[in-house]
Design a protein around this ligand. Structure first.
Ligand code: BEZ
Ligand code: FE
Length: 316
């Protein structure tokens, strides 16, 4: 009680000297204080050390989360139902589990953690960005300069060109694979949209001896992430919009270099500062320019990728 007899904001009622909720900050809890340790200690001696420590930490955080929030059986079962539905909706064309974690910013966080040492360097290689749930393996291999647009999509066309370079030496990387994918101008990836040809707007290119590449595609379009599953349900519960700003995905792979998973984002997009999966990084925001005299594209983008070699000792 305060001097005026009113209860301070955030006051937690006490019962027999213990806090009424599951808060353990004063070392006491009305829940079994040994339960979490007994679950962790059930781990057998043959467990891989990394698995052992990661799962112990997961158990501790999840138990604390349940106690702190006094999760009820009804709430718990609603969460389990969400996970089950995400699993049931997922197949080789759809990854609802990843989408659910994307909405919570987890894929972006793990991407940041994985590349932390790199991002602490002074001069930076090309930044990474999340893979997302729509990548497909074995995209068609194109000749340099071809278009990945297989249909009559009436979106704006763009020429994307540049070089793959060694981050340390600045030297060109020949024969680097550039795997690229983006949505149609309706905001749908081909595997979400039966009206698009298989593998439309996806392709792989191999850089020339001077590291250069160029190909035609669409200037990308913003799109809402799918709302018909638990990922969408979570966004609705959190009163959030579903949009990703216009972007193109890339994976660069070259012998002797760490694969680079990234995206470039179109600066003109109104969601550029408000990506629903929190993946935009300043260095990945680009400006498409008007292109004249090319009947195949009205815009162009020059973008160089800087890859980190496996031998680079100062980086992870
Ligand atoms: C994507 O850009 O393809 C994406 C990434 C995370 C969640 C949903 C979509
Ligand atoms: Fe995407």
């Amino acid at each position: 009680m305060s001097a005026n007899g009113e209860q301070p904001v955030g006051h937690v009622p006490q019962e027999n000297g213990l806090r009424i909720n599951g808060d353990t900050t004063n070392g006491s809890s009305r829940f079994d204080p040994d339960f979490t340790d007994s679950v962790i200690n059930a781990t057998g001696p043959k467990t891989n050390p990394r698995v052992k420590s990661v799962v112990a930490s997961l158990i501790r955080h999840m138990h604390d989360f349940c106690r702190e929030n006094e999760i009820t059986v009804t709430e718990f079962m609603a969460g389990v139902d969400m996970l089950n539905r995400a699993g049931q909706m997922s197949d080789e064309k759809r990854n609802e589990g990843l989408l659910l974690l994307d909405v919570l910013g987890i894929e972006t966080l793990v991407d940041e953690i994985t590349h932390k040492v790199v991002s602490e360097a002074h001069d930076l290689p090309t930044a990474t960005a999340v893979l997302g749930p729509f990548w497909r393996k074995d995209a068609p291999i194109y000749k340099m300069g071809e278009s990945i647009v297989q249909n009559s999509d009436d979106g704006e066309r763009a020429l994307v060109h540049g070089k793959a370079l060694d981050f340390d030496t600045g030297k060109p990387i020949a024969n680097a694979e550039i795997d690229v994918w983006h949505t149609g101008s309706n905001g749908l990836y081909e595997n979400q949209d039966p009206s698009q040809p298989d593998m439309n707007l996806r392709g792989r290119f191999y850089t020339n001896d001077d590291g250069s590449y160029h190909f035609y595609c669409l200037r990308p379009t913003r799109y809402p992430i799918p709302l018909d599953g638990p990922g969408g349900q979570l966004l609705e519960l959190l009163d959030r919009h579903p949009y990703r700003p216009a972007h193109i995905h890339f994976i660069l792979s070259a012998e002797g270099y760490k694969p680079l998973v990234t995206q470039i984002f179109d600066r003109r997009d109104e969601y550029i500062d408000n990506d629903t999966v929190f993946a935009v990084k300043d260095s990945l925001v680009v400006d498409f320019k008007q292109r004249n005299g090319d009947e195949k594209a009205e815009f162009e983008l020059e973008y160089d990728f800087r890859l980190v070699g496996f031998g680079a000792a100062h980086r992870k």
